[in-house]
Design a protein around this ligand. Structure first.
Ligand code: GUN
Ligand code: ZN
Length: 433
């Protein structure tokens, strides 16, 4: 039984990386478009005048003359347990972790607390138009159970994992190589590929794992075809120096992970700011991805991500908020800060490239581009409705916009959660403003 529903509005989505095909060939735009959804999948997409005559006469069509429909956003790096510590003042990475992050994460040994935060976190993602995220839990197994249970309620495509951390952290927040292996395995067996959920093996970062723990993480990764590996890489200069001290036999930061067989097509490394050429090469060779987290990189004072270096080396890149190091759940605001990070390097970030990074590029980084990331027929109906009249300023500024690229750029510059009129996941409305 088909369950057709349709939306009429301006519709834009990416179909390729602008770096490969140029800006104009990287997206499709329907000024007066129709999106038809059958149950949880995209059934048709096209210009209204072409599609309308072929649709069932009794199909009701939701018309949004003042809106733009895009795919749901994909956040390739975020920490749900850091929801309540967003905006913690005055420190760079290593002191920020010790001062704010570790005490906050200790609360997630309590499953009821974890579930409360997971529910609020998911609500916040959906309010901001984010339909998929690659998410850190804490060291506590129950933190991941709570997150997946909360995600299941809304049938969201989400990826999460238990932090593995057996040294250089407070005792109350460490596991052991064996317990982290065993608990991660149990979580994979329970949650991985259950509905739309996936598991990510999640060593926090090289400094908080022993060689033994990283080796067991690599073993676990080799034991499953399609689980993810999610960690941090080369975020902060002091962190990089510490990694060299802790792992004197590695040639660079990435090489620590490489020596433990943690590089793969499903490996996502957050930040990757201070990389050398051979690290870019290895990321490319292994099909690994970087999550570019501009609000975090500016807020914690980590540095400027070199998108052009990643592009030259054909490294997959997605965009991440990195809340609570990052300062916003909004991928629109994340694109705003990404633009500035690139400006500071005397380059430009085209709005179509930003849209790509937050949708199809993220999906490619996560190897989910056959399912999500754009509005191709047959893919999952995860999409959002952006309201051009959401605020007086958006309304007046967008009235002067000459084309879709300019309109997207305005949304990315002055838009935030207020711009998200509705969010749909697998064809169902999961947020309405
Ligand atoms: N490196 C290790 N842990 C963290 C974390 O929680 N946030 C960020 N931004 N970087 C990290
Ligand atoms: Zn992070």
């Amino acid at each position: 039984m088909s369950q057709l529903k349709a939306w009429r509005a301006a519709i834009v989505h990416c179909i390729a990386d602008p770096k490969d095909v140029g800006i104009d060939a990287a997206y499709e735009y329907f000024e007066d478009g129709i999106l038809v959804v059958d149950g949880d999948k995209i059934h048709a997409l096209g210009h209204a005048e072409q599609l309308l005559p072929n649709l069932p006469y009794n199909l009701s069509i939701e018309h949004h003359p003042d809106a733009i429909i895009t795919p749901g956003f994909i956040d390739t790096h975020i920490h749900y347990p850091q929801t309540d510590m967003i905006g913690s003042y005055g420190e760079q990475l290593l002191t920020w972790l010790n001062t704010y992050t570790f005490p906050e994460e200790s609360k997630f040994s309590d499953k009821a607390h974890a579930r409360d935060v997971a529910d609020r976190f998911l609500k916040e993602l959906l309010r901001n138009g984010t339909t998929t995220a690659l998410v850190f839990g804490t060291v506590h197994k129950v933190s991941v159970d709570a997150f997946f249970e909360a995600s299941e309620v809304h049938n969201l495509r989400m990826i999460c994992g238990k932090v593995m951390m057996d040294r250089n952290a407070p005792d109350y927040l460490t596991d052991t190589p064996e317990s982290s292996y065993q608990e991660s395995k149990e979580l994979i067996d329970t949650w991985h590929n259950k509905g739309r959920l996936h598991y990510a093996i999640t060593p926090r970062f090289a400094p908080t794992s022993s060689d033994e723990q990283l080796q067991l993480a690599g073993k676990l990764l080799s034991e499953y075809d399609d689980v993810y590996l999610h960690t941090h890489l080369s975020e902060n200069k002091d962190e990089c120096a510490w990694v060299q001290d802790l792992f004197p036999n590695s040639s660079n930061y990435l090489n620590v992970y490489d020596q433990h067989k943690l590089l793969s097509e499903r490996s996502v490394f957050a930040h990757g700011i201070h990389l050398c050429d051979s690290e870019y090469h290895r990321l490319h060779e292994t099909g690994s991805a970087i999550s570019f987290c501009p609000t975090s990189n500016l807020f914690i004072g980590s540095g400027l991500f070199k998108l052009s270096k990643a592009e030259e080396n054909n490294v997959n890149v997605g965009l991440g908020t990195d809340v609570g190091g990052g300062t916003s759940f909004s991928m629109l605001q994340t694109m705003n800060e990404a633009y500035k990070v690139i400006q500071l390097q005397n380059e430009n970030l085209n709005p179509i490239k930003s849209l790509y990074l937050s949708t199809l590029g993220g999906a490619k980084a996560l190897r989910l581009d056959d399912k999500i990331g754009n509005l191709a027929v047959g893919t999952e109906a995860d999409f959002i409705i952006l309201d051009k009249k959401a605020t007086p300023l958006l309304d007046s500024r967008l009235a002067l916009s000459k084309n879709i690229e300019e309109s997207l750029f305005v949304f990315m510059t002055i838009g935030d959660d207020r711009a998200i009129q509705a969010t749909y996941s697998a064809g169902k409305c999961v947020h309405k403003r």
